[in-house]
Design a protein around this ligand. Sequence first.
Ligand SMILES: [Zn+2]
Length: 121
Amino acid sequence: MGGGPVLMLSIKQQHYRVHALVAEVFLGPRPEGMFVCHKDDVRTNNRLSNLYYGTHSENTVDSVRNGTHNNARKTHCKRGHEFTPENTYILKTGSRSCKACAQERNRQTKRRIRERRLASA
Ligand SMILES: [Zn+2]
């Protein structure tokens, strides 16, 4: 299974995965050893047309085809900073963000504020 958020639904203190519920209701009971897979690998896209029962390896093949694995393999941000644990934020969306770039953006913002202050003095 790929990463990313899974929608959860609570009924009478029981927690269900929405995609598992949709599949169960519309596709029928899940066969032993099969997983609920998302055709587009977007785990929050729980439309019936996006769901099917597949094996774990089918699901993995899907995520490779959809490029989600490629993204995880990137080792550097687009400005060439390495994605080390120290230099990486994980965003709520599950994607990674570069700390060095965030700090650089911060510095530029502060510089602009300072320059504006000097200009108006
Ligand atoms: Zn960066």
